[in-house]
Write a protein of this length. Sequence first.
Length: 67
Amino acid sequence: MTTLYKSKALCVGDKFHTPNKQAISVVAYSFADGEAYTFCEVCEQNISQFSFYDEDRGIVYTKWEIE
Ligand SMILES: [Zn+2]
């Protein structure tokens, strides 16, 4: 499984995951607060991100992280 090992290494540390957009499901708590879930196309693990409201930046989305 050399290929799988190589692709997992791409997401090690704080590197960006590649969310599968078709699989994203969103849970909204308010107009700005929410969570989104999907899986990473590269490492194939479940990942999630959060959103919240910031007075200066508006709605902010965190980076995708493994659950
Ligand atoms: Zn990944």
